[in-house]
Ligand binder design. Structure first.
Ligand SMILES: O=C(O)COP(=O)(O)O
Length: 206
């Protein structure tokens, strides 16, 4: 039976920390939050849903839409330069022959599509970015609802991904090559932990 595999993008497919960090930093500067400008502070925001973490610190009404538009423009530009993690492209191509692949990301849909086009990755049925919903729980649930007879997995690289995947009621797979280290990911009690993209093939019994 076909499985539904929902992928996070940054840190799982896109080796994009170097591309994304300056954009996130500029966003924090525009919000006048110098204490959130370091790499560590921004990575900590991904220990839950990014917007949930941010609005615990900043009043949501202080987040101007112009700051978001600027973030979207910068991420779209930066993602044109982001490489793929080694090995992930052929893994995705193999998996897409037998399974249904989706992409659910905190990045913007256009930035994700730019990245996917650059790498000739056309294996996703749908790409759902932050402009569709800030909540990965909502996006994962909406996909799972279309496939109630199939196993659904969310493959992510941050503690926030593990928390949201679990809250959405799907099985979570922690990708150990991304933005958060194993001790951080383990706080989200992932159902599975893998260290290399190729392990996804073993996991799916290739
Ligand atoms: O892993 C994360 O939470 C960040 O990655 P994303 O931007 O693709 O959601």
């Amino acid at each position: 039976m076909k499985t539904v595999l929902i992928f996070d993008m940054d840190g799982v497919i896109a080796d994009s920390w170097e591309a994304c960090y300056p954009c996130c930093k500029n966003f924090m500067v525009s919000l006048n939050q110098p204490q959130l400008c370091s790499q560590e502070a921004i990575l900590r925001l991904f220990e839950d849903n990014f917007m949930t973490s941010l609005t615990r610190i900043i009043d949501p009404t202080d987040i101007q839409s112009e700051s978001f538009l600027q973030l979207a423009r910068e991420l779209n530009e930066a993602m044109t330069l982001a490489p793929c993690f080694s090995g992930i492209k052929s893994v995705l191509k193999t998996l897409s022959k037998d399974h249904s692949l989706y992409l659910v990301t905190a990045n913007f849909t256009l930035a994700a599509q730019t990245f996917l086009n650059n790498h000739q990755l056309d294996c996703f049925i749908e790409v759902m970015g932050a402009d569709q919903s800030f909540s990965k729980v909502e996006k994962i649930r909406s996909i799972a609802k279309q496939h109630t007879d199939r196993s659904v997995y969310y493959i992510g690289d941050t503690l926030g991904d593990m928390i949201e995947g679990r809250a959405a009621g799907v099985q979570t797979v922690a990708a150990g090559w991304g933005w958060h280290d194993a001790p951080t990911l383990s706080k989200g009690s992932p159902d599975y932990f893998i260290e290399q993209p190729e392990e996804l093939l073993t996991f799916m019994k290739y």
